[in-house]
Design a protein around this ligand. Structure first.
Ligand code: 5AD
Ligand code: SF4
Length: 460
């Protein structure tokens, strides 16, 4: 064998998959795998897949077609390439994937990726399919990232605090692919966050399919909630910003809402999917809350933190959705005044209750999607326009596209472009917004860089 083996991981779907992909790379690093940015020279290709909508799942098969060509070309040169399908499509389809795409060597679900080294060894002898929900905690067996790997991944890092979902919305595959809710213990979350902060991470995003259902004990054994966990994490030196995603409206408890008032590090921005603005459809979706209850949660959060910005997910064309149900959704968008949102056409997922209900015609779904997206865009533009002239902190995270420009995120998660030295990357600095672009804000730094200050003082 010459040199380290190369690993290419491609993530689809949610942030949990991005996190999982990183942990797979960390777990394979001690096995001699170095990450590569293209599949062309990889020895192991992992597609970390998403099953949430049909389109997402089908993408995997078209990508596998391309990977098969690479694998065959490598084989012609005497190089063995292994192809793995991980994540939620793997969990949902298992053996079926190998039948449909015989080029695949390994299939493993989200609960098995700590066993990757052992599965790879087995794959030398034949196909491996592992979609168990093992009793052991995978997090106990996963390697931590090196300081270098953490640095490379940037100033914002995800930490999984909770996985799985017990809500069973009638459209959703997550309870089946990710299993029931499991919370990670406080001590492990804190240790991971400390390690990230120590390597230079400034912003920690707690992730979970139902992140605000997190519960556990604090380090002294007292019952704890996500609100209390956020308090604990805000004590870690170096952590400038905290966020959490994705939340369910039913699990926004008092301690979490209070945390938005009490913790300056907790950003005033929340992704709180509502899916529909119609009580009838919310009920058919088994969301377990009404439109009024959702609005009440928004109201309480705004009371705790008046500048709170909200985003949501919406599904149009759910079975039985009438024109008037859809109107209710449209009205909700402007009533909340979302800072942005995602909208999806309902996609029937095998094995979920709504897949067996009578479906709406595709053209109705298409039309509603367009109308809703326009309304979402209008609200987002209005939210951005209200930022003009405002001063707020930006966490700079990368070099911009234009010379001399760096880019960061506002407290509300908008990208902000500023002319400033690259030494500010990883820093939080106040800016004033001067112009609103279509996808980002333009701003000037309030604090002049050290050299410029000196110059100004000499002039005065
Ligand atoms: N069809 C369309 N959208 C869906 N989502 C989840 N399941 C489906 C489905 N079957 C959307 C929801 C969820 C987001 C992650 O994906 O809006 O919040
Ligand atoms: Fe899916 Fe509903 Fe659970 Fe969210 S809360 S993961 S939409 S079942």
């Amino acid at each position: 064998m010459t040199g380290p083996r190369k690993l290419y991981v491609k993530s689809y779907g949610c942030q949990m998959n991005v996190y999982d992909s990183h942990r797979m790379a960390d777990t394979l690093a001690p096995e001699g795998y170095a990450e590569t940015a293209t599949p062309d020279d990889a020895d192991l290709i992992v597609l970390n897949t998403c099953h949430i909508r049909e389109k997402a799942a089908e993408k995997v098969y078209s990508e596998l077609g391309r990977m098969r060509v690479l694998k065959e070309a490598a084989a012609a040169q005497g190089r063995d390439v292994k192809i793995a399908v991980a994540g939620c499509v793997a969990q949902a389809e298992g053996e079926e994937i190998v039948r449909r795409a015989p080029t695949v060597d390994l299939v493993f679900g989200p609960q098995s990726y700590h066993r990757l080294p052992e599965m790879l060894a087995r794959a030398e002898r034949g196909k491996v399919v592992d979609t168990e929900f093992p009793a052991e905690d995978k997090f106990d067996h996963l390697a931590a990232p090196s300081r270098e790997a953490t640095r490379r991944r940037g100033v914002t890092a995800f930490v999984t605090v909770q996985e799985g979902c017990d809500k069973f919305c009638t459209f959703c595959v997550v309870p089946y692919t990710r299993g029931s809710e499991v919370s990670r213990p406080t001590a492990k979350i804190v240790a991971e966050a400390e390690r990230l902060a120590d390597a230079g991470v400034r912003e920690i995003v707690l992730i979970g399919q139902n992140v605000n259902a997190w519960h556990g004990e604090d380090e002294s054994g007292r019952a704890s909630t996500l609100g209390r966990l956020l308090h604990r994490l805000s004590d870690i030196p170096g952590v400038a910003r905290l966020r959490y995603t994705t939340s369910h409206p039913r699990d926004m408890d008092d301690s979490l809402i209070a945390a938005h008032r009490e913790l300056p590090a907790l950003m005033p921005q929340l992704h709180l999917p509502v899916q529909s603005g119609s009580d009838r459809i919310l009920d058919a979706m088994n969301r377990k809350h009404t439109r009024a209850e959702y609005l009440a949660v928004i109201g309480r959060l705004r009371k705790a933190r008046p500048d709170m910005a909200f985003t949501s997910d919406f599904i149009v064309g759910f079975p039985g959705e009438t024109g008037s149900d859809f109107e209710d959704t449209l009205r909700l968008v402007s009533e909340v005044g979302y800072a942005g949102s995602f909208s999806f056409k309902y996609s029937p997922r095998p094995g979920t209750p709504a897949a067996d209900m009578e479906q709406l015609p595709e053209d109705v779904k298409d039309e509603r999607l367009q109308i809703l997206q326009r309304e979402i865009d209008r609200c987002q533009a209005a939210f951005n326009a209200r930022c003009e002239g405002r001063t707020f902190d930006v966490l700079f995270d990368r070099i911009g596209r234009h010379p001399g420009q760096i880019v960061g995120r506002s407290p509300y998660l908008q990208p902000v472009q500023v002319m400033a030295p690259p030494s500010l990357i990883g820093e939080v600095a106040p800016v004033t917004v001067t112009e609103i672009g279509s996808n980002s804000l333009f701003a000037t730094l309030n604090r002049a860089p050290a050299g410029a200050l000196h110059f100004a003082a000499a002039e005065a």
